[in-house]
Design a protein around this ligand. Structure first.
Ligand SMILES: C[S@@+](CC[C@H](N)C(=O)[O-])C[C@H]1O[C@@H](n2cnc3c(N)ncnc32)[C@H](O)[C@@H]1O
Length: 207
């Protein structure tokens, strides 16, 4: 899928569904917050949420005093929904509309978080482009937290095929320099009560 097709897909999703009508909706991104805390995030850590969509992670990070939060997503509509919900607090967040596989970062980050965006990259060249951007923009000794559907999780999300991962396959994708520091499984309950198995892995980067 190219950037235009991807963007059209996601704009349509967010234009036609409310925040709480999508399978990935979470009232509280508790595990993401815990994993970000566990890597030693400080109030000045530069944190980016890749494919953050309309997630409430940005709200929760700002509420906890993190002062350098960025959300990147393909969908302008998703970021608009998040900004509206946050109101004046949205000014504390940097918002970027971009495709993570084509984005040219202009600064670096301490923590790269991704819940349920990387797993849409089913083609080798897209995953390689994503990892190349991650490597360029993550600081030495920074951390990456990636949550994807687990090997026994769903094969599709939002009508699109996904590549399911565990810590080992993610580690292979990231390559040399990324050391696994934490891995978790999470059973996510969708708004209509079904269960989706996720896995979250945290890696520390040494350039
Ligand atoms: C399943 S949703 C998850 C949203 C959010 N992370 C959460 O946990 O609520 C996937 C998100 O990734 C975004 N996305 C998909 N592919 C992307 C890409 N290549 N670059 C940037 N964002 C992407 C979509 O627009 C969508 O908001």
């Amino acid at each position: 899928m190219n950037t235009g097709d991807r963007q059209a897909h996601w704009e349509n999703v967010y234009a036609t569904k409310g925040e709480e009508e999508v399978s990935w909706f979470q009232e509280s991104p508790a595990l993401s917050l815990e994993l970000i805390r566990l890597v030693g995030a400080t109030p000045t850590s530069a944190i980016i949420d890749i494919g953050g969509g309309a997630s409430r992670l940005a709200d929760a990070l700002v509420l906890r005093g993190y002062a350098d939060v960025t959300v990147l997503d393909l969908s302008e509509a998703a970021l608009t929904a998040a900004r509206r919900r946050m109101g004046a607090e949205a000014r504390r967040v940097h918002w970027i509309v971009a495709d993570a596989t084509a984005w040219e970062p202009t600064r670096s980050y301490d923590i790269w978080h991704d819940r349920a965006a990387f797993h849409f990259l089913t083609e080798d060249r897209d995953r390689a482009a994503y990892v190349a951007t991650l490597r360029r923009s993550l600081r030495n000794h920074g951390h990456v937290v990636i949550g994807t559907f687990a090997p026994d999780g769903p094969e599709k999300c939002s009508g699109l095929p996904v590549a399911r991962h565990d810590a080992a396959t993610l580690g292979k994708e990231l390559g040399v320099g990324f050391a696994l520091v934490d891995t978790r499984r999470e059973e996510h309950t969708t708004p209509w009560g079904s269960t989706q198995r996720f896995q979250f892995s945290t890696f520390r980067y040494a350039k």
